[in-house]
Design a protein around this ligand. Structure first.
Ligand SMILES: CC(C)(COP(=O)(O)OP(=O)(O)OC[C@H]1O[C@@H](n2cnc3c(N)ncnc32)[C@H](O)[C@@H]1OP(=O)(O)O)[C@@H](O)C(=O)NCCC(=O)NCCS
Length: 413
């Protein structure tokens, strides 16, 4: 079946996580993604967090599916000649180098437009223009500078980073949307454009509701936060622990048998109060004015969740789900990576996929989270370093065997 982005060719200068997640998504939608890597070295993640000696790491393989890899020294004269030809032949160039790296190679946005005015040139940087724009940035720096860390964790503890890679993978998603939008506009304008995504902006965008709460603080306490009404609010949006953040109170409660991930998330909505009390054996509280309304419960939500927890600790998280979900109490088990890896429904939808790799063997990866009915995703293993150099130089750049051999001898590829 044809793929949505078939015919779009991407010059992929990305490394580590943020850029590669973007180009992997575009490859899953059918784009021909040509990943350019430094000869002999490649993307640094090939060698990082290795679990098997001399085999591309899972860090690399899980971010670079469906791509072709070529090695090219873009600082070498011959390498620059090849690079300029690739810019001519590609629709999109994506990069997430430290600020200024491509300019230093001699490929400024002005130069790229001269070579190919239809080129969409997309970049991830840590920050947009401002005091930090020259900084190199990794995931946790973005989480800390984008408002996530100051609003994550418990009130009496330090700021916390989350396990979700909202700075890297989150910004990669933004970049992919920027690229397809720019390609769509190119259909009408005939011109490419620059797409810039800053990781700080991406994290802040995902923390939008916390900026909302910052402004609400000027008009009184945040009643859905655990600090209300018995604790104190300071000047900034506080950390809310496991509070749901919406209009309905929620919390994480312990379940049997008491392992590190034996917990469930339970939300108390007004229509769920009676069935929830019935389930935990506290019918007496259904009509009790001390407990029956959200207003009455609000000052003692901790006691309320403690009562619920007394019951959940006698059930597994899956039993809690089975009992509460049918009676309209929103809840969810805390699922570990071990459980997610073997969940059959995620295998069925292609969200978790088993891939075979020539030097690694079989491994699991997270597939395309975006499902298109006319453009299904087939996950293809990541390329070995430089696996497609000859093929791309001949079929895309149009070079002969002799020219390729000479470039190899000179160290350009
Ligand atoms: C991620 C990051 C911190 C890594 O920093 P780093 O390991 O020092 O890597 P850099 O991006 O500085 O690139 C290193 C050098 O390799 C060079 N290089 C990369 N590919 C090359 C190639 N194919 N041929 C020749 N040189 C190459 C770069 O030009 C750069 O050289 P320069 O410093 O002389 O300009 C940095 O790239 C960054 O801040 N990126 C933007 C934000 C981002 O995406 N962060 C999240 C990563 S998940």
């Amino acid at each position: 079946m044809a793929k949505a982005l078939e015919g779009v060719r991407i010059l992929d200068m990305t490394h580590v996580q943020s850029g590669p997640t973007c180009t992997q998504l575009l490859a899953w939608f059918g784009a021909d993604v040509i990943k350019v890597e430094r000869p002999g070295v490649g993307d640094a993640t090939r060698g990082q967090l290795r679990d098997i000696p001399d085999v591309d790491s899972l860090y690399f393989t899980m971010l670079n599916h469906n791509k072709r890899s070529i090695t090219l020294n873009t600082k070498d004269a011959k390498g620059k000649e090849i690079f300029a030809r690739l810019i001519e032949e590609c629709d999109v160039m994506v990069e997430n180098f430290a600020p200024g790296a491509l300019d230093r190679m001699g490929f400024t946005w002005e130069r790229i437009q001269e070579i190919n005015p239809r080129m969409v040139y997309a970049s991830v940087k840590g920050f947009g223009p401002g005091p930090f724009e020259e900084c190199k940035v990794y995931e946790n720096v973005a989480q800390c500078t984008g408002g996530s860390a100051s609003t994550t964790g418990f009130d009496d503890g330090p700021p916390m980073v989350t396990g979700s890679q909202i700075g890297d993978s989150g910004t990669g998603l933004n970049l992919a949307l920027g690229i397809v939008t720019a390609l769509f506009q190119r259909e009408k304008s005939g011109r490419g454009q620059r797409v810039s995504c800053a990781m700080q902006d991406g994290v802040l965008n995902l923390c939008r509701v916390k900026m909302r709460d910052q402004q609400r603080l000027d008009h009184g306490p945040l009643k859905e936060y655990p600090q209300y009404p018995n604790g104190e609010f300071g000047e900034a949006t506080p950390r809310a622990g496991n509070a749901s953040g919406g209009g309905q109170p929620g919390w994480v409660v312990k379940c049997a048998p008491g392992g590190p991930n034996d917990y469930a998330y339970v939300i108390i909505q007004p229509p769920g109060w009676a069935p929830l009390m019935r389930a935990i054996g506290r019918e007496d509280l259904i009509e009790d004015p001390e407990w029956a309304t959200p207003e009455a419960r609000l000052p003692k939500l901790d006691q309320c969740f403690a009562m619920i927890e007394k019951w959940t600790q006698t059930k597994t998280k899956f039993e809690v789900m089975e009992i509460l979900n049918p009676v309209n109490v929103p809840c969810g088990p805390i699922l570990s990576m071990k459980e997610l890896a073997v969940e059959p429904s995620l295998r069925d939808t292609g969200t978790v996929v088993e891939v075979d790799h020539p030097t690694r063997g079989k491994y699991l990866t997270v597939g395309n989270p975006i499902k298109l009915s006319d453009s299904p995703t087939e996950v293809v293993r990541s390329p070995l370093l430089g696996e497609h150099t000859d093929e791309v130089l001949k079929s895309v750049v149009g070079w002969s065997d002799e020219q390729v051999a000479a470039a190899r001898k000179s160290g350009a590829i």
